[in-house]
Design a protein around this ligand. Structure first.
Ligand SMILES: *[C@@H]1O[C@H](CO)[C@@H](O)[C@H](O)[C@H]1NC(C)=O
Ligand SMILES: *[C@@H]1O[C@H](CO)[C@@H](O)[C@H](O)[C@H]1NC(C)=O
Length: 286
């Protein structure tokens, strides 16, 4: 989302996508080779936020984490194993691991002692992340120490590709996005919002007018007649079945929620290239 650019004029969205190279040595933390060199080409943009959601309990979304930067919520993420989180490549902008932390198991952020706090040991942003189209907007983070799973901290299964989704199917987005827009001292409660899968071709056509060329690593979702549309960047979009929840998408991008014909954009975890990347980094078979 580009919440600071609600104007319907066609130019603003892309103006916010201007590239900014990281200052030399901007990546601190892991040994050389663990970080992807492409991280230096990521764009600067406003973080996406939940609008019009409702309060949620972390027990219902135990996979949800907050990625803090200097104690402030910066991005969301999803736990897929004791050691790995899925987030967005564009969250790796101006990464500084010495001031980054991952918080799991806390409904409230900043956590002030609640939940589990772990460090980021490795960052793998997808090498093909494309800042103009937001294609391949995925990052896998390795954390240390590993999470201890309990009723508030647990992994989520990556989407089962055998399940067929249809336009209009309900999906859920969660996050603390509002916090990034306001005071760092104000605590924020996890928000959830129900949105619907949107027809990709229609969505792609709309974005083509900006112009922004969507690719098949992206899908579109939004809520009809509401301005609720997004969770915070890097966070989960999940698909619920009676048996279990699945991580279907990563909150990625989009043009202002208020602009009805522009749904939110999510990295598609049904996409083979995205799945192969997760498998390559984590060794997990999806
Ligand atoms: C990362 O953050 C630390 C602590 O604030 C700071 O000392 C260091 O200069 C930062 N590194 C970069 C490259 O900005
Ligand atoms: C998907 O379907 C195939 C073929 O029916 C089956 O072998 C496989 O186990 C299914 N995968 C999952 C994750 O259920």
């Amino acid at each position: 989302m580009f919440p600071s650019a609600p104007a319907p004029a066609p130019a603003p969205a892309l103006a916010l996508l201007a590239l900014l190279a990281l200052p030399g040595g901007g990546l601190a933390g892991p040994a050389p080779g663990q970080l992807n060199a492409n991280v230096g080409n990521l764009p600067v943009l406003k973080k996406m936020q939940i609008v019009g959601g409702m309060a949620a309990d972390i027990k219902e979304f135990g996979h949800q984490v907050s990625w803090l930067r200097a104690g402030r919520h910066m991005c969301g993420g999803s736990i897929i194993s004791p050691e790995y989180i899925i987030s967005a490549a564009h969250c790796c902008v101006e990464l500084n691991l010495t001031i980054s932390e991952i918080v799991a198991g806390s409904t409230i952020i900043p956590n002030r002692g609640r939940g589990q706090v772990v460090q980021i040991a490795e960052v793998h942003a997808h090498p093909d992340f494309e800042p103009l189209s937001y294609s391949n907007d995925i990052a896998v983070l390795k954390v240390a120490p590993p999470f201890k799973f309990d009723e508030t901290v647990r992994p989520i299964a990556v989407m089962d590709t055998n399940i067929t989704l249809h336009t209009g199917d309900p999906v859920y987005v969660t996050g603390w996005g509002k916090l990034s827009e306001f005071s760092s001292t104000a605590a924020s409660i996890l928000q959830k919002v129900k949105v619907q899968m949107k027809d990709f071709e229609t969505c792609k056509q709309r974005y083509g007018e900006i112009p922004m060329v969507l690719t098949d690593t992206t899908f579109c979702a939004a809520a009809d007649g509401k301005d609720a549309c997004q969770g915070d960047s890097g966070g989960p979009l999940i698909y619920k079945t009676p048996e279990k929840d699945y991580l279907l998408g990563i909150v990625s991008s989009g043009k202002g929620c208020a602009v009805k014909e522009f749904p939110g954009l999510y990295t598609d975890l049904r996409n083979e290239k995205m799945r192969n990347f997760v498998t390559k980094v984590t060794g997990m078979k999806l």
